[in-house]
Design a protein around this ligand. Structure first.
Ligand code: SF4
Length: 876
């Protein structure tokens, strides 16, 4: 059926914690049209490039469609019986703490609720942790220490109303693009000042009034200094401090720190403090640069200290604001997905809280202590203490620090179950049992975004094959393990009602998370539920917390903490002189199991890279586009060099998205040490120590093919294109017969071939054709291959007579690599428009080319190209 006649369905984007509303319409051929929901309070119709490309990621080509046991197709009954039997027998023999669940911020609240209930309520262990541990556990710990509960005080409207937005360890422009667009709109409207605190210059710095490129890990010293200036400048709020304990001790500790460790100029530190003092309405947005640190919890509290001291919290346009990484990271915190929490912000260590939950669930005794947090959980797997492990919708064999050790631990576990939408992940390849789960567009439930807004995710596509919903899979195992009544759910609305009812009991303990007014929501009302910010009670809906000075510690007061700066756990040394920061890029999400399906998104940055300062590159003999080998005590990785003064000297940046499926040598977390914050258990992902050297390639290659191919050389990185695949290649091993090599690479033993060889220079150009249609092509050179990649990608699968030049025909402009993914505008097209048409504003480029007119995620890069041209003109 033609999808245009179908109504649109309101749902929520499954990527970042902004939680944008989307309107979905099946296109009648298995895909979706997607647009931003103009009525959703998170985005008011905006989407970023990832959200806008969601429709390209819902195909079934790589879906896991049936249960697999030891690689063999199985039935659901057999598979679930096996899972239940193995978990039951392991528990019977070795006790409840011999099993574990490792789950994900991709789960919906209802999935999470059932997983948590099964593990903590009925198995009787707290060994359930979530990949949100890698995301914002330090914020959870910091907020609990300061406020007595894990509460985000403010709302997204604060970003619209702030006079000063401070971004700390947050590349908001790339990682939460729709929030960044909100900040940009506020700047346009009211002149909002922006300060970015980040060791590297990111896209978020393009519009900033001030960028503080501080020494990695020195945030506490900077905010301690700010606290002293708040005191000396008289900006502290005496009235509000009556609701706060610990001001004197915190101030005393702050004076003992030396802001010089930040490596910043005093003038820029003074300017930051002046701005903070001048503007009452300050929002401090913080993210992974703060959280993913061995002092992450202290960094969070150093920020909270300043806002508490000045009373700038919970008021319009004011407050500390943690933005979460995953779509339902916040929901996981609320529903007890972390090993150290119960559902509804109740505490595992509190006997009254445990008794209430036990009674509510009609369960056995709940565990009295926190379970294993992510890093310790996989160490326990490696040590053989965890003997049955269930991993749900996450890829720890890639995303955990010391990822090779984690992969080995999972492989060596007595019994590993993986629930996922695909079998093509590094983790799924280690599983004994693979369970096919429904994907985002096929499942219904609720998620909570960074500002506490609960939104509905709605199914718009049928589940393919035998795929089942996560809550259903978990409940089925629970029933098979003997807890028939406790897991006798018929639909997710029923689970939601139970969750909402439990929150009412939590509220009786004075907890903040309370959605008890939704406990009687019937199925139809749940279907229609509109986005709403918690709390949702008979007396209160949404709003901000803490402006009234009421906190959740037993005495009702907040806590300021005495803090001292601590350097990252790993120290640079002559063998490992560089500090390596890892993070995200604009158009990819986590380990690319979804965004990697979109050729558009893969066109922006198609291979793993390392950013290195020009002086460091020159010293190491690393030229533009060379390959770099990074080595740490944990292992080594090979990445493409991007030489840029956005990096400080001695510091490197590499993205975290590439996997064994897409670039095995680029699995960056395999070289990151598993060192954690002592309070939150969150690993340090932004301050590893490594050595860098040029990878001595015997040859470099670039390949395109209309069919999937998997190279087998020291370095390769592949990505999907509209008509097949592309790959970058390199090896330190010479090849003697390039025809054989190319045929083996593409699996084309008999195809018609054209080759241009320059053996003296080691340059080969090989094309395989079927008639005049290009099946595949390989370009090889002693130096990084210089061909027009986007042109070759376009030619693949089409009649092509002149591809061996590797260049666009003279009568055809070369658009260059895609910069605007939504409107498919290449960087060369934009540069030409700037230089030849004099289009010197983002608006003018948008009007002429469409670039930046959809999601706006590329606007910082457009601005950078314009600024570069302006600098050139000024210098001429
Ligand atoms: Fe999705 Fe982008 Fe919105 Fe995040 S900002 S929820 S990735 S559309």
């Amino acid at each position: 059926m033609d999808g245009s006649s179908l109504p649109e369905t309101r749902s929520t984007c499954p990527y970042c914690g902004v939680g944008c509303g989307v309107l979905l319409r099946p296109d009648g051929s298995g895909g979706l049209t997607v647009r931003g929901d103009p009525d959703h309070p998170a985005n008011f119709g905006r989407l970023c490039s990832k959200g806008a490309a969601l429709g390209e990621t819902v195909g079934h080509q790589e879906r896991l469609l049936t249960p697999l046991v030891n690689g063999q197709q199985s039935t659901w009954d057999q598979s679930l019986d096996l899972v239940a039997d193995k978990f039951s027998s392991t528990i019977a023999t070795h006790g409840p703490d011999s099993v574990a669940f490792y789950v994900s911020g991709q789960l919906l609240n209802e999935d999470y609720y059932v997983a948590n209930k099964l593990m903590k309520g009925f198995i009787g262990s707290a060994n359930i942790d979530t990949n949100s541990r890698l995301c914002m556990a330090s914020t959870v710990a910091g907020q609990k220490r300061a406020f007595g509960t894990d509460t985000v005080p403010g709302t997204y409207e604060d970003l619209d109303e702030a006079d000063l937005v401070v971004l700390v360890g947050s590349n908001l422009a790339w990682c939460h693009p729709v929030l960044y667009q909100r900040v940009m709109a506020a700047r346009e409207k009211r002149g909002t000042k922006i300060v970015v605190i980040d060791p590297r210059r990111t896209a978020s710095c393009d519009q900033a009034d001030l960028h503080l490129a501080l020494t990695p890990g020195s945030d506490v010293a900077l905010f301690n200094h700010l606290l002293t200036q708040i005191y000396e400048g008289g900006a502290f709020d005496k009235t509000f401090l009556a609701s706060v304990q610990g001001f004197d001790d915190a101030l005393h500790a702050a004076y003992a720190d030396d802001v010089a460790v930040t490596g910043l100029q005093q003038a820029e530190i003074d300017r930051f403090c002046d701005l903070w003092m001048r503007y009452e309405k300050v929002v401090t947005v913080f993210s992974q640069g703060v959280n993913q640190s061995t002092s992450g919890s202290d960094k969070v509290n150093s920020i909270l200290n300043c806002h508490l001291a000045a009373g700038r919290i919970g008021k319009p346009g004011c407050g500390p604001f943690s933005v979460t990484g995953q779509p339902n990271a916040m929901g996981g915190r609320e529903v007890g997905g972390l090993a150290n929490m119960l559902a509804c912000h109740l505490d595992l260590e509190n006997a009254d809280h445990r008794a209430t939950v036990q009674q509510f669930w009609n369960a056995g005794p709940l565990p009295q202590q926190a379970g294993l947090k992510a890093v310790d959980m996989f160490r326990a797997v490696a040590a053989g203490k965890i003997k049955a492990l269930w991993i749900i919708h996450t890829n720890p064999a890639v995303s955990m620090p010391d990822a090779d050790a984690v992969r080995a631990a999972i492989t060596g576990c007595d019994f590993t179950v993986v629930s996922d939408v695909t079998a093509r992940t590094d983790t799924a390849r280690c599983a004994d049992v693979l369970l096919p789960a429904t994907a985002w567009a096929e499942k219904s439930g609720t998620v909570t975004n960074s500002d506490r807004t609960l939104s509905r995710q709605r199914a718009v596509l049928a589940a393919p094959g035998a795929a089942r919903h996560d809550w259903d899979i978990l409940a089925s195992v629970g029933r098979r393990m003997g807890w028939t009544h406790a897991f006798d759910y018929e639909n997710p609305a029923e689970i939601f009602r139970e969750y909402a009812a439990l929150s009412g009991l939590a509220a009786a303990f004075g907890r903040d998370f309370d959605i008890s007014a939704l406990a009687d929501t019937d199925d139809n009302s749940w279907d229609d539920m509109q986005p709403q910010r918690w709390p949702v009670t008979a007396n209160r809906k949404g709003g901000r917390f803490f402006a009234d000075g009421r906190f959740y510690h037993p005495d009702g007061k907040a806590r300021m903490l005495p803090l001292r700066w601590r350097p990252p756990a790993a120290k640079t040394e002559p063998r490992f002189p560089f500090r390596l920061n890892t993070g995200r890029i604009r158009d990819q999400w986590h380990t690319m199991t979804r965004t990697g399906l979109s050729p558009r998104l893969s066109a922006h940055l198609a291979e793993p890279f390392v950013d290195i300062h020009p002086e460091d590159a020159a010293r190491l003999g690393i030229s533009r586009a060379a390959l770099v080998r990074l080595t740490s005590p944990q292992g080594s990785a090979i990445l493409r060099a991007r030489i840029t003064d956005a990096q400080n000297r001695g510091e490197l940046f590499a993205p975290m998205h590439w996997t064994g499926e897409t670039a095995p040598a680029g699995r960056i977390d395999s070289i990151i040490a598993a060192q954690t914050d002592p309070v939150s258990g969150q690993p340090e992902s932004k301050a590893a120590v490594v050595a860098a050297e040029k990878f001595q390639a015997a040859w470099y290659g670039f390949a395109v093919s209309s069919r999937e191919f998997r190279p087998n050389v020291a370095y390769w990185a592949r990505a999907r294109t509209q008509s097949g695949w592309r790959a970058e290649l390199a090896s330190d091993v010479e090849v003697t017969n390039w025809e054989d090599q190319a045929r083996a690479l593409f699996g084309l033993p008999d195809a018609s071939m054209q080759m241009v060889a320059d053996t003296a220079r080691g340059a080969y150009r090989i094309a395989f054709l079927e008639g005049d249609k290009l099946l595949a092509a390989l370009f090889v050179s002693k130096a990084p291959v210089a061909v027009m990649r986007d042109y070759l990608v376009e030619q693949t699968g089409h009649p092509a007579s002149d591809v061996l030049t590797g260049l666009t025909p003279a009568d055809r402009p070369n658009a260059g690599p895609v910069l605007c993914a939504c409107m498919n505008v290449g960087v060369n097209t934009i540069i030409t428009a700037i230089e030849q048409q004099g289009l010197m504003t983002i608006e003018a480029l948008g009007a002429a080319l469409g670039a930046g007119t959809n999601c706006g995620s590329c606007k910082p890069e457009l601005a950078a190209l314009i600024a570069a041209r302006q600098m050139m003109e000024a210098a001429e």
